[in-house]
Design a protein around this ligand. Structure first.
Ligand code: GDP
Length: 440
């Protein structure tokens, strides 16, 4: 995410390297580079200019402490300013009403339907809500089918009325249906157009008037850069939406939209889409995004995402098994599946400070787990529970069954044995304390 911008900012900071203090001259030069980096990332010109002027003023006003370098100080100032540029603090989604009505708006292809499914999933799984999805795109039967498929996938019912071609009536029916069936959130997916036109604006405004939504989320493709910002402005002028959803931030996005939207429309970014999977949705935290842009990594997001995927009860059980040295191939497979559910490997690793840059040219194959899973699948239930019983003969059979070769099976067996050993050591409190004491 935002690799190019990261690299350029990095280069801009180099101007200060080796400098003992921040001076009018070196800060001006750094700001010129930063402004260039922002413009290249497709940040709105006015936003870039105001931003660098603010950073410069702050930098010159700060006393450089002997304990930090000018580069570090500037990174900190940049981090604070980028955070405030993107909205400062996280803006929660309103979900307290019963039912809370959420209207989803945007152009075709922005990712409205995908986001509707993701949001339903998020609210059901993470917030314990009982959502209803409403298929309001009457012009494209395929969009209705798509929402139904997603609804099924995330276990959220979808209100559909294929007889009607009236989006306003359907939206109202959807809200009534939610009230009847005790749904506390209604997510209305609406029709888009390829470009903004009067008919679209009239229709979406009419749906808004008819359903009185508590949240209107404008969905926009981050890859479209400045266009995203302009579209947001037009929609906001007409709809006065409550928040922005930036999609496709997993792609080769330059970052302009994420950085400029708040300052142009003065509405917060509430969510970001980072992939096509239903789990690929993140609440937008301006401070974490700022650290990510500055290449400081995003440990907090990484940890949270991990926590969300790992069931506590399951984790406790797993710990018990590890302590008793009973961690087996069934557990191993569950772990692999959970890691895969967290999203794209490269994105996940990129959140670790210092790793993002290091792996930018490395191809990380999301299919790397495939042979491992195939090998585990080819084991019998007995073998999965009793890894120690897997002898040479069994290994040969497993290799054949999984379409791998016996060396691969041997390698996995060895790695698994090593992993078990380390896990056992870590779970022994006496041993853990001893290891801690030996740490520098
Ligand atoms: P709609 O026309 O606004 O309803 O857009 P769709 O939900 O049909 O999405 C258009 C395309 O973008 C689909 O192929 C989606 O899978 C894809 N898409 C949506 N959100 C994301 C995202 O966050 N990342 C990526 N990579 N693709 C996305």
């Amino acid at each position: 995410m935002f690799q190019n911008l990261q690299d350029k900012l990095d280069r801009a900071f180099k101007v200060l390297k080796g400098q003992g203090s921040i001076t009018e001259i070196n800060v001006a030069e750094t700001m010129k580079e930063i402004r260039k980096a922002l413009l290249d990332a497709d940040v709105n010109y006015k936003t870039a200019k105001t931003f660098t002027d603010d950073v410069k003023l702050k930098a010159l006003g700060e006393n450089v402490l002997t304990s930090i370098s000018p580069g570090q100080l500037l990174t900190k100032i940049m981090n604070d300013e980028l955070t405030s540029l993107m909205g400062g603090t996280v803006t929660d989604l309103e979900t307290s009403k019963n039912p809370t009505v959420i209207l989803i708006a945007g152009l075709n292809g922005a990712g409205k339907t995908t986001f509707s499914g993701k949001l339903a999933n998020y609210l059901r799984e993470k917030k314990g809500k009982k959502p209803l999805l409403v298929a309001g795109d009457v012009y494209r039967p395929a969009a209705v089918d798509q929402l139904q498929v997603l609804g099924e996938q995330v276990q959220v019912p979808v209100y559909v009325n294929r007889e009607s071609t009236d989006p306003i009536a359907i939206a109202k029916e959807g809200v009534d249906e939610a009230k009847r069936n005790g749904h506390n959130v209604v997510i209305i997916d609406t029709a888009g157009r390829l470009a903004i036109d009067e008919a679209l604006m009239k229709e979406i405004t009419a749906v808004k008037d008819a359903t009185q939504p508590h949240e209107i989320l404008f969905v926009v493709d981050a890859m479209t850069g400045q266009d995203a910002v302009n579209t947001a402005k037009t929609f906001n002028d007409r709809l006065d939406f409550t928040g922005v959803v930036l999609t496709k931030l997993d792609g080769d996005t330059r970052g302009g939209a994420a950085l400029s939207i708040k300052s142009v429309v003065n509405k917060p970014i509430k969510f970001i889409g980072t992939g096509e999977k239903m789990e690929a949705l993140d609440v937008f935290y301006p401070d974490r995004m700022a650290s990510r842009i500055l290449g400081m990594g995003d440990v907090v997001s990484l940890v949270e995402r991990a926590q969300q995927q790992f069931d506590e009860r399951q984790a406790a059980e797993l710990q018990k098994k590890i302590r008793k040295n009973k961690f087996d191939f069934n557990d191993f497979k569950t772990q692999i599946q959970q890691i895969k559910k967290m999203g794209n490997m490269k994105d996940l690793m990129g959140m670790i400070p210092g790793v993002g840059k290091a792996i930018k040219d490395v191809e990380i194959d999301d299919n790397a787990f495939k042979p491992i899973e195939a090998i585990i699948d080819s084991m019998t239930p007995f073998e999965r529970e009793n890894p120690d019983a897997i002898d040479t003969k069994r290994r040969m059979r497993i290799a054949k069954g999984s379409g791998t070769d016996v060396n691969e099976v041997n390698k996995l067996m060895k790695q698994f044995a090593d992993m078990r050993k380390v896990m056992k050591q870590m779970s022994n409190p006496g041993m853990a304390a001893k290891m801690m004491r030996n740490m520098p």
